[in-house]
Write a protein that binds this ligand. Structure first.
Ligand SMILES: [Zn+2]
Length: 154
């Protein structure tokens, strides 16, 4: 048969359920992961940031109000923590295995550390916003995915 088939509706793959509710993450890690990827933690469909560290006021896909977020300087602590743990063995290896002069070592280490800290900042902030939303902190409404029918997949 060569006739065209109509696209089959796939309600389970649709992020917006029939009632207009987005597919909420199943666990807190899901919300953190969506935020760390720069996506809306609630629906995962739209961008969370309108600028490097500026979240959108409202999700264009699901309408979630993100003005409640209060990540403050926690993302910076996470970024510094991760960078320090990554760089500690790298610095030891650089000092032991290379014959770079002290100024050259310093320049390489500072440049790489600054790069890593900037790289981690936005994912850290997105993850914190996802976490705050998941636990209903700072005025976020605590939402959970509706229980699936018994025996259903996922
Ligand atoms: Zn959304």
């Amino acid at each position: 048969m060569s006739s065209r088939r109509d696209p089959a509706p796939a309600p389970s793959a649709d992020p917006m359920r029939s009632g207009g509710t987005p597919l909420l993450p199943g666990a807190g890690w899901g919300a953190i992961y969506r935020g760390a990827r720069g996506r809306c933690p609630r629906c995962g469909e739209a961008k969370l940031f309108r600028a490097f560290l500026k979240p959108v006021d409202q999700c264009p896909a699901c309408g979630q109000d993100w003005t409640h977020q209060q990540a403050d300087d926690f993302p910076a602590y996470i970024s510094i923590f991760l960078t320090g743990h990554i760089m500690a063995p790298v610095i030891i290896a650089l000092v032991q295995e290379t014959r770079l002069s002290l100024p050259a070592l310093g320049a390489v280490i500072v440049a790489v550390m600054l790069g890593l800290m900037i790289l981690f900042l936005q994912p850290a902030k997105g993850g914190i916003i996802g976490l705050q939303w998941w636990f209903g902190m700072h005025g976020f409404a605590k939402e959970r995915r509706a229980p699936e029918c018994p025996g259903g997949e996922d």
